[in-house]
Design a protein around this ligand. Sequence first.
Ligand code: NAI
Ligand code: MG
Length: 334
Amino acid sequence: MAKHTITLIPGDGIGPEIIAATVRVIEASGVDITWESQIAGSHAQEKVGTTLPNDLIESIRKNKVALKGPLTTPVGKGFTSVNVGLRKALDLYANVRPIKALPNVPCRYPELDLVVMRENTESLYAGLEHVVVPGVVESLKIITEKASTRIAQYAFDFARDNGRKKVTAMHKANIMKLSDGLFLDCFYKVAKDFPEIEADDKIIDNACMQLVMRPEQFEVIVMENLYGDIVSDLCAGLIGGLGLAPGANIGEQGAVFEAVHGSAPDIAGQGIANPTAVMISGIMMLRHIGERDAADKVEKALFSVFEDSDIRTPDLGGTASTSDFASSVIEKMS
Ligand code: NAI
Ligand code: MG
């Protein structure tokens, strides 16, 4: 029996291409993993009549760990987000997104090293909407003390465990005095238990400007779900684009590792997507399951492709295919 069993969700669009590349690279590190492949989204709808099959949820509950490709959510009418559904079903409350530039990747902030902590279960992003009367729609922003406290706790614990000196909350408590006000109160309550870590806050619109102009002032930034969604893509742009930003959704019942980006329908099926973001998510996953040596091995090989070669996918100005890029990483491991 393999040492680890991990749920694998290839996903939609570029998902199967970048997940296949990442699985090849992880396996080349010698780590002993059995993958339990599961379907979700429109594939699952066609095959088993639901976008979020019970088998998938049970597989993650049992294995505690999943590697996931992006899932498409139709705009407007159609099914609700499977990504939101999965995070809610497993209560994966902390979305952790490290923003760190890679060697030799042209970008605005090559020295940047910050972590976005996004509350993952509530706020407007939960998509609780209804038609009040024709022509009038209500969308509910639910903010709870419980969820706000645990994401703040996660952010400060993370800062302490990873040698970060400052945590910044981003919010709109000047306007949404009750909801974002509660989020901010919980943040400062938790901060009291971490006197060695600086705690501060910024109003979200100014925070976006500061992130573009002087992002080096931030170390760990924490915010509610919708702001976190938007700010994550902004931060990916600071280090060279969506092909490079990894992430993890973490809760008591399990951890699902996936890139910040979506299914990129504009380039799907062409074999040209950048697998780096999912590969780094895979490295985070290996560390999470205690496979530090394998994680270091993959990370070293991936970094040396960037350091010593000009093999790049088209999003970074190169001509390499997704699978060529993976082969180059694997070559560096031998
Ligand atoms: P997207 O992140 O899929 O793409 C935005 C832009 O970045 C596109 O031009 C795309 O080609 C490029 N891009 C993204 N990842 C890339 C990669 N690995 N390599 C090279 N280029 C890359 O965002 P979009 O187009 O708004 O969303 C497409 C679909 O993905 C939607 O249905 C959305 O709901 C879904 N989505 C799913 C997510 C998830 O499963 N966690 C996260 C974000 C979006
Ligand atoms: Mg997003």
